[in-house]
Structures are given as C-alpha cells and as structure tokens.
Design a protein around this ligand. Structure first.
Ligand code: COA
Length: 557
C-alpha cells in the first residue's frame, strides 16, 4: 500500500478560502479528476479534483474550514496502477471553477467600433462545450457582463458574459449546440467602441484567481478550463468586476441560480427548474442534496394533493375508510365501459350547469293505439314500446326549438348549430351504460324507429356496437319507464345540451274540468345545459312533448 496526500492547489493567491462542500467520504474509491472538495471565495467557486485514483483513508477537512494553498485535504491509499494517472508528486490538481461564479472570457473579433461578434473563449483544453442555456434573445439590450449563454462539458459548466453593452443583433448559439473555441455566440450592435473590447479590458484587470494556474506545473484537466483561461496571458480573461457581479447575481430573485455542475446535472436529469430550488450551501448555493430534497418534497406534495383533491380540479376527493373493519369486502376492477362512463359523468356534471324541468304527458291514447298495433308489430317482428313515439316527439321538438340542437364551444365562445337530428338512447347492459344513436330521426317513421331501437339495443347487449353507432348524437333519451320511478334528473351527455329522462307511466286521476278521470300519465324529466338553454325554453320544450305525445296525430303530420 502506498499513500498520497492531496493538498490544496494554488488558488489564485487566495488564503483562508472556505470549504463549502466535501464531495467524498472516508472509504470512498475515487478516480483521477473526481471532485473531492469545493472551495469558495467571494468571487469564485472551485471544485478541487483528485490527481490520483485510490481509496480515501482520511479526510482532513470539514465544511466551513478555511484553507490555503498547500493545506492537506485528504490521504489516499493509492493503487499501484492508479499512480500513473495523476501528479502524485504534487498531490494537487488545478481547481475547477464553478460555472455561475466564474464568467469566462469573451472574445471580441470585430474590427468595427459599433459591432462585435462574441465568440467562445479559450476552453482550457476542452475540445467542445455544449450550450445548456441561452439567456438572451435577438433584439435584447444587454449590459456589459450580462450572461449570454451557459455552456458545459461533462465535468464543468460556465456562463459566458457579454464583453460590452449593446443589442443582440443575431444569436448564433442555441441550446444543444456543440461549440468549439472561437465559434460565434452572438452579434452585438451599438457597442461602445474598440477600447471596450474584452481583450483590452481583461488584460488590464486580471482577477486574482488566475495566477496559480499558470504557476503550477500540474497537468491541466478539462475541469481546469476556466481557471486556465483566466490565467492565460495571451487571451482575454475574466474581469474582477465580472466575477463579483456574477457572484452577487447568483440568487434566485434574479432568476440566476447558484449551483455546481453536479447539482445542475441531476437537476437536468430530473427535469428540475433550479430557480425553484432553495440552496442550503453558503450564499444559498444549491447542492445535489437540495435538488433531491426538492424532488422528494414535490412528490410528497403531489401524493398528498392527489389524496385530497380530484386531480387538477381543486375539488376535495372522497376519502375511503377501511371497509373491512365493518365486515367482509371484495374488490373488483371496473369494466372499461364503467370507467369511461364514470369519467364522462364526472366531467359533464362538473362542467355543465344543469337544470331539470319536469312535466307529464297524457299517453292514454298513445297507449291505446300502441296496443292496437301489437298484432301488426308481431307480424313485423318488431316490439313496439313507447320509445319510438318519444323519439319522434323529441325530433319534432328539436326542430321547433333548435336551441336544444347545439353544442357549445366555450374556447371560441361560439354556438355550433346542427341542422341534422340524430338522437341517442341509453341502453343498460351488464357491462354498463351505452348510448347508441339513431340518425335522422325526424325523417323516419315509427316502425323504422322501433326496428332500429331493437337492433341497436340488441347490438349493445351483445357488445357489438361500433364506435360509429354511438357518435353524432344531438340529444339523448334515457328511458327508465320499463323499470319504474316517478322522476329523475339525468346528466346531460356533453357535448349535447339536453337529455330527456322518461319514467314509468302510471294511471292518475286527472281533472278534465268537470271531474276526475283516469289517465295514463308519462313522467318526463328534461335536464339541460343552462348556458345554452334558458328556463322558459326548457318548459316550452317539455310542454310541446306533452302535447305531441298526448295526441299522436301531431307526430304523423
Ligand atoms: N312506462 C311504462 N311502461 C313502459 C315505459 C314507460 N315509460 N317504457 C317502456 N315500458 C314498457 C314497454 O312497453 C314494455 O312493455 P310491453 O312489453 O308490455 O310493451 C316494457 O316496459 C319493457 O320495455 P323495454 O323492452 O325495456 O323497451 P323500451 O323500448 O322501453 O326500452 C331500452 C329499450 C333499450 C331503452 C331499455 O331496454 C333500456 O335499456 N333501458 C334502460 C335505460 C337506462 O338504463 N337508462 C338510465 C340512464 S341513467
């Protein structure tokens, strides 16, 4: 076993630099260039990478410690084959400067005093960088040092600031682009003049973090690219003002985020908007744990939200007790039809302001006529129930009151008036409720309607209805007449705007002006969408139905 000490490298002359993150623990196996600690000055954040691979034997630092160049970070048990991977002699590596706090060089290649092409700066050895954020748009006015784009390699990311105030005339970079040093980022117009070019300014105001990199002979990793760029004497570099501004702007209120590459990487993987994450590190720096905690909190919120409200509606959901405490229970999956019906009923009930109008039709004569036709019906092999008469009456009423034959397009604030009359009728099947539709009811006779009712009801009960059999309805009839009941409030079958509920006809004493006479009365319940139909029209519609069903001669006219 041989051990190597990792020590704090040259950090631009900085002394007493704060340790803000310890990235490895005793016992961890680390590779060359793995970040071991993160340091932060008032101007920059730096990841210190390992120069050797091995196992961490002891960690000499803790978060909050102040370190200077040469201080011991940790001791590594170096594996024989790993020692070749780094500068084991020095045991230090060039620091990695964190993206947001460290604005890299912007190269001004324009010869014009009013136009400037901003280019990708020296990348410190990195072949390519990916554009992960574009902070400006064409036409934007920028001030000097406003960030233009954020780029990233697999190990570090950095923001590239504007070297001058001006207007973005053209933006060349877009998210996902792979850029090389010298590639154009943006064309600036209205730039102050040549004297303000980044190279001139930067040459005069090198940030103090640069020196160490050039002084050190340690191998330059990709992670050191920003530092190396800053250190280079023949390239323009970061101004102290830029670094200070960057540091001061790294807060959530400005929309900029103060986060390291590891936190950014995991945020991108999990689709987290870092501006929403609260940083727990020094100066609200976002660390990996913050991103993970944010995701966890969001998931918990979503889960508890889902149990309290109907998803997205803000409506309190119904909490189920543990029924087994009251007796034996068995859970069964809902059928497909049941699930669709449940979803549609909820949507219709929640979206439509319902009103139900009740009425009665005297069907004494209709019933007498129907019974007379029983023999004919048998010969025709058709069952003649009140339903075809009700269908015909509804078609007539829809033609008289076209406001019932519409759909509402609330997005466009338009009424869609239909000039056809297709009517659906609810069929009760063992799997649930389905609504086949009879087309052009107004153009069909009672016998044909009776035949189609029978055929469609059979198809429904045999589960043979096609989607086209259930489409295009303008209005629905829900008949519970064969079952019973005196009235009910059916739910409108959107996008239709009205539905007729039919209950069981019953003999009732009806006053005819002279005395009470027994009449067969059919209860009608018309539910309608009050956005499309007003109350008076609702009453007119059921009055007309009563009239039509009370004297079926009206229907044949
Ligand atoms: N009052 C009194 N009797 C009625 C009646 C009414 N309103 N409607 C039907 N009947 C009678 C019929 O005349 C028939 O009697 P008959 O053989 O003596 O002539 C009997 O009830 C059975 O009728 P049915 O076979 O059900 O035919 P229908 O044409 O009335 O209904 C369907 C056909 C498909 C609509 C029906 O079978 C059905 O499924 N209804 C349930 C609809 C439903 O569940 N709606 C609820 C939606 S929320």
């Amino acid at each position: 076993m041989s051990s190597v000490e990792l020590r704090v490298p040259g950090i631009g002359g900085g002394a007493d630099v704060e340790v803000i993150e310890i990235s490895v623990a005793v016992g961890d196996r680390i590779e060359v260039e793995d970040a071991v600690i993160v340091l932060e000055t008032d101007k920059a954040t730096m990841e210190i990478p390992a120069t050797d691979a091995g196992v961490v034997m002891n960690m000499n630092l803790a978060v909050g410690d102040k370190v200077s160049e040469g201080d011991l970070i940790l001791t590594l048990d170096v594996e024989a084959d790993a020692s070749a991977g780094g500068d084991s002699q020095s045991g230090v590596s060039e620091p990695v400067v964190d993206q947001k706090e460290e604005a890299p060089v912007v190269t001004d290649t324009s010869s014009s005093s009013s136009n400037m092409t901003v280019r990708v700066p020296d990348l410190g050895g990195a072949a390519k960088v990916s554009v992960i954020e574009v902070s400006v748009s064409e036409g934007d006015a920028v001030t000097e040092e406003d960030f233009l784009i954020v780029v990233e390699t697999d190990k570090a990311s950095m923001e590239i600031p504007s070297p001058s105030a001006g207007t973005i005339a053209k933006l060349f970079a877009k998210v996902g682009d792979e850029l090389n040093e010298g590639d154009p980022i943006a064309e600036l117009t209205g730039v102050g003049g040549v004297a303000e070019s980044a190279s001139v300014k930067d040459a005069n105001s090198e940030p103090h973090v640069e020196a160490s990199a050039s002084e050190k002979s340690a191998p330059v990793s990709q992670q050191t690219m920003i530092q190396q760029t800053v250190a280079s004497t023949d390239t323009p570099s970061l101004t102290t003002a830029v670094a200070e501004k960057a540091a001061s702007e790294l807060n959530q209120s400005s929309g900029k985020v103060h986060a390291g590459p590891a936190a950014r990487k995991i945020a991108r993987e999990l689709g987290v908007d870092l501006t929403l994450v609260k940083g727990s590190g020094p100066k609200q720096r976002i660390v990996k744990d913050d991103v993970q905690a944010f995701v966890k909190a969001q998931m918990q919120k979503a889960q508890s939200g889902a149990s309290n409200v109907v998803a997205g509606s803000g409506i309190p959901a119904i909490k189920l007790p543990d029924f087994s405490q009251f007796g034996a229970v068995e859970r069964q999956p809902m059928s497909r039809i049941h699930k669709i019906t449940a979803a549609n009923m909820s949507a219709n009930w929640l979206n439509i302001p319902h009103v139900t109008q009740f009425d009665e039709a005297d069907i004494t004569e209709l019933e007498a006529f129907r019974k007379q036709q029983k023999k004919v019906a048998e010969l025709r092999n058709v069952k003649l129930t009140p339903l075809p008469f009700i269908l015909k009456a509804c078609a007539y009423a829809l033609a008289q009151y076209p406001q019932f034959n519409v759909s509402l397009d609330m997005d466009k604030e338009e009424l869609i008036q239909k000039s056809y009359i297709h009517i659906g009728f609810a069929v009760d099947t063992p799997d649930g409720l389905v609504v086949p539709v009879i087309r052009d009811v107004d153009q069909k006779g009672i016998w044909q309607l009776a035949e189609e009712c029978m055929a469609l009801a059979k198809k429904a009960k045999d589960k043979k209805l096609l989607p086209s059999d259930m489409q295009g309805g303008c209005f629905t009839i829900s008949s519970l007449g064969s079952v019973g009941g005196t009235a009910f409030t059916p739910i409108v079958n959107a996008p239709e705007v009205a539905i007729l509920g039919v209950s069981k006809a019953a003999m009732k004493p009806v006053y005819d002006g002279e005395g009470f006479v027994p009449r067969l009365m059919l209860p009608l319940s018309l539910s309608y969408d009050h956005r499309a139909v007003n109350g008076a029209d609702g009453a007119r519609f059921t009055s007309l139905l009563s009239e039509l069903l009370g004297d079926i001669r009206n229907l044949v006219l």
